[in-house]
Design a protein around this ligand. Structure first.
Ligand code: NAD
Ligand code: IPM
Ligand code: MN
Length: 342
């Protein structure tokens, strides 16, 4: 039977790159796709960024493929107004997708497309393991007169489960990134990661690093990292930075996973790129990479996942460059190039 996938185009460049991904999927097998609204598109239709109905459709699917949400149309400082980002956060929390995997593997053809020097980035192959359902994103927040607050909290259980994902993903080393010199949540994080390491994964090397130093090392010595384990907000920021090792934010895919019987959510790391939406110039390769992660982690279709990744590498090898990579290829050109390699 064909796997059932919920597709969520969202906003901005979202529908453009999702349409491209659907064509690529069609070349890889038979899938039953169910398109639904999320983000600003859902606010316009239903007044909320994620309806119960869409959340339920996602829960009962085998995998969820999301493009991007958000944009200036829905940007507001009114705390009572709905925000597109609530759709994404509602999906992550609603399905308890606590483990966000963001692999950073510069394609050999793009080693000179990064603003960083080739000799710095060559050989980089790292994985950011970002905790996705805790921390400051989901703490108590509010505003009282001229004061606003966003609380950051973590429990031991939340840290243990994401630490296990990181150690299990590592061949030899995990760098756990925190701010333990200042934050109590980071001290709980460090203590818990150290204990999980000692009790369950003593053969993997563990290094603790403060987040400001990690931000610097990521661009000066990216080969130092194999698996980066970090909390929600640090992971958000460090992964956009890490994207530049691959040449563009338009290259980085992600997988958000929960328990074994929960469908995973697969989406590019980048947003809805309102500045280029509608121009046909969006790079669809992070979206295609997310399709590959869906095939691998969500649908147990490893050979199709690998075939798609090779097709992307081959197209880049043959010279494919969208504007974010310094070229002139359109989304359509990029899609055809990858389909041709497939
Ligand atoms: P962004 O990632 O959308 O864009 C940052 C820059 O990168 C822009 O110059 C954009 O043109 C470029 N870029 C991003 N993806 C690209 C692609 N595939 N091809 C070519 N260029 C690309 O970040 P932003 O501008 O800070 O945010 C815009 C909106 O997206 C906001 O509403 C934000 O909340 C939302 N957002 C959504 C997600 C998501 O849905 N997962 C992620 C990040 C940001
Ligand atoms: C990401 C995005 C989201 C985040 C936003 C859109 C809520 O930036 O997936 O990295 O901050 O997690
Ligand atoms: Mn982000």
């Amino acid at each position: 039977m064909a796997a059932r996938i919920v597709t969520l185009p969202g906003d901005g460049i979202g529908p453009e790159i999702l349409a491209a991904a659907v064509r690529v999927l069609g070349a890889l097998g038979d899938f039953e796709l169910e398109e639904r609204l999320v983000g600003g598109a859902s606010i316009d239709a239903h007044g909320t960024a994620l309806t119960e109905e869409v959340l339920e459709a996602c829960r009962s699917s085998e995998a969820i493929l999301l493009a991007a949400v958000g944009g200036p149309k829905w940007d507001t400082v009114d705390p009572a107004a709905p925000r597109p980002e609530q759709g994404l956060l509602g999906l992550r929390k609603g399905l308890e997708l606590f483990a966000n995997l963001r692999p950073v593997r510069p394609s050999p053809a793009l080693l000179d497309a990064s603003p960083l020097k080739r000799d710095r980035i060559e050989g980089t192959d790292l994985l950011v393991v970002r905790e996705l359902t805790g921390g400051i994103y989901f703490g108590d927040s509010g505003r009282e007169g001229d004061r606003a607050h966003d609380d950051c909290a973590y429990t031991v259980g939340e840290v243990e489960r994401i630490a296990r994902v990181a150690f299990a993903s590592a061949r030899s080393k995990v760098v756990s990134v925190d701010k333990a010199n200042v934050l109590e949540t980071s001290r709980l994080w460090r203590e818990t990661v150290s204990r999980v390491h000692a009790e369950e994964f003593p053969l993997v090397q563990l290094e603790h690093m403060l987040v400001d130093n990690a931000a610097m090392q990521l661009v000066s010595a990216p080969r130092h990292f194999e698996v980066i384990l970090t909390e929600n907000l640090f992971g958000d920021i460090l992964s956009d930075e890490a994207a530049m090792l691959t040449g563009s934010l338009g290259m980085l895919p992600s997988a958000s996973l929960g328990d074994e019987d929960t469908p995973g959510l697969f989406e590019p790391v980048h947003g809805s790129a309102p500045d280029i939406a509608g121009t046909g110039r969006a790079n669809p390769l992070a979206m295609f990479g997310s399709v590959a992660l869906m095939l691998r982690h969500g649908l147990a279709m490893e050979s199709e996942a690998a075939a798609l990744e090779s097709a992307v590498d081959e197209a880049l090898e043959a010279g494919l460059r969208t504007p974010d990579l310094g070229g002139e290829a359109t989304t359509e050109d990029a899609t055809r190039a990858v389909l041709a390699s497939l």
